[in-house]
Ligand binder design. Sequence first.
Ligand SMILES: [Zn+2]
Length: 847
Amino acid sequence: MRNFLLVLVLFYTHLGYSQYTTQQIENINSTLTKLHEQAMFNGVVLIAQDGKALYKKAFGIANIQTQESLTPNSSFNLASVSKQFVAMMTMILKEQGKLQFDDKLKKYLPNFPYDKITIRQLLTHTSGLPEYFDLATQYTNTLDTLNNEKLIKLLTDLKPELEFESGSEWEYCNTGYALLASIIEKASSMKIEFFFSKYITQPLHLTNTFVYSLNIKSPLSLKTQRVYGFERQNGRNYPNDLTRFDGIVGDGNIYSSVEDLLIYEQALYTNKLVSKETLQEAFIPVKLKKGETYNYGFGWEISDDEETLSHTGSWVGFENYIERNITKKTTVIILSNGTNDIAIDLVNTILSGKKPKIPTTQLIRNVRLIDGTGSVARKADVRLKDDKIWEIGNLTTFSNEENVDGQGFVLSPGFIDTHSHHFGGLTKVPEAIPAVSQGITTIVIGQDGSSYPMDTLKKFIKKRPIAVNIATYTGHSTLRSETMGAKSLYRTAKPSEIEKMKILLKKELEKGSFGLATGLEYESAFFSNRDEVLQLAQVVAENGGRYMSHIRSEDINLDDAIDEIIEIGRETKIPVQISHIKIAKKDQWGKSPQLLARLQKARAEGINITADCYPYDFWNSTLRVLFPNRDYTNPISAEFAVNQLFDPEKSVLVRFAPNKSYAGKTITAIAKERNEKPSQTLMNLIGIAADFEEKNPNFNEGIEAIMGKSMDEADVANFLRWSHTNICSDGSSSGHPRGHGTFTKILGRYVREQKLMPLETAIYKMTGLSAENLGISDRGIIANGNFADLVLFNPDTVIDNANIQDGKALSTGIERVWVNGQIVYQSQKATGKYSGILIKKQSNSDE
Ligand SMILES: [Zn+2]
């Protein structure tokens, strides 16, 4: 292929007394070669010692239309590296007596609206003038090609306020250099391209250096082919060249080659252009008004030891760098036209004696891409770069690139489980098998009011890396417990306790917690009042977080509980999410349309209310939730529970520490065994568990748990289909089968078998919508630059296998799972990669 044609000119002479080792030069060559092979570098590099090239090599093409190759003579748009030439022209005029550095601009531009700004301030970026890009974007038309006259007129007409008092501070400013170009023309009475030619390129015999812009297509430039900028996107090269701002000269738009730049750079050791005394001014840090200095001279950045002078240049398709060390007499020149500056970083890394980190790419070929937005599936290849998604499209492998044949399976974003209890299992199984085996790549914890502090999570992951990402909310019950005492939660909090909770919560939010999660149905929070929750939610609002709630009742007081979460959303204006939405009271079954209508009405009012939901008609919790009035010995309440709140014949006791033989049996079966009515058994089991707890205060695991059948399938289906419901598991590493099978159950049973919704919609509800409901913007969608959390699955076979009898059976059809670019699960097994991270809330104030 033509773009891999290299023009190779290697010089290994002079290495005998070079400042750089042969090893470093070889390392640079292999690094640039690798970058070029991976489409991350297109350009020319020259490294010299005492003006002689140690290394000089061109990689790639000058023009994507003609496919013409780059050579060491190719003329690149220097972008901001042009500034030193503009500074040089100013110095030449100073030596000719045509201007002084401390002249006011007004002398040359009579209508200029600022009286005090001097030429020196333009040269050193200390004028305080605003950046012209912003002014031009706001006040000119998109069809208007700018030039220097129009820029001056814009400043004259608008007279924008200065960013700071001229001379008092330093701030990089392209406007200043554009004005310098105009001053050069005024002071010399020559067009800048001719002045440049007469006083710089001709005396130095530079044959590939010229001024070129949309308004100046100088005859001097026409004999030389210029290099065109381009940008690679999704495997294709697109033009990324001059814009309507490129009628302006001065801040950029001088073109040159590495060969010419070396000649010019060497001339700076001589009197060929200006005297050494004049040049000296260009190489000393500018003095600011308060006496301090800034490491910038006339168009050059200066190192602290003042031995290294350098400048970068970055504009449309071009990324350039020049550096000269005046003690070691070395020169580094990198000119590139492929819109990628990584080569500059890596060459500098190597020259400073460090090891470069070349990005690793990975190609996933031949997949049906479902990107998580809800868009229809399409055939594509996806390329990863380190932990991110780089390219999506019709892609070909680079040489020696790791690649995976997707075999036409579906590639989707990794599933985000917005309500997970899987964290507990990670201590024993950091491979996170229950989660990743169903395609989950991020678990959101801190649910139902109970959480770990951010610092604890950070330490946990550092000590034992895990295969899945974690994000957390801060638990309301945990805050209560810390401030009120674990034994003193069955009451409302005192104002002083609420104040303490607010402080704790704020700290967690600042550390990256996503918000407040409540578990109001549980005793540890049930006795809180609305005001307490609202006050805490207000703290969340002030810190850019969200609210998520296992609401106060899912059965007898469901209406009131819904009202409460809507009120929190209304009062605080933060997004609020109902956890595992359900209707768990028999005589209310079938009312999901009314409930959804109510939520939709709240949304229309402007309240951002959403929900998550798991695809099962039975829940997993403690027996005590079956007594909404907390009267565990009241026979009437027990009878009510049996009739309205769960089906004892289909509800299984999954754990019962006082009598392990009960585990796995239905309440009806246990009742028969005990020769009791189911309602009596219910009361007795709670009593036995309470006694056990009192005698075993240090018993850490749950004493009892029940999987209660209490939902209607039609309601579950309606909740799953609501446009603002995302899928969650509410699962853990054992117990309820949802811990292993939620996402695969949706894909296999609800999508493939029952056709409840299109596959694309289901994926959206597991990824893009989940990320949106959490406020995560760089995961959940397969898009360029997002983190590479991915699942490859077979849509024809994917299915959950976990059930009440075997809650840990692994799903079928999950072929591969990537977390942050690394494969953590394939062929039904963990790979031993632990690439999960602790995801933090993205705040508006993030830099
Ligand atoms: Zn819950």
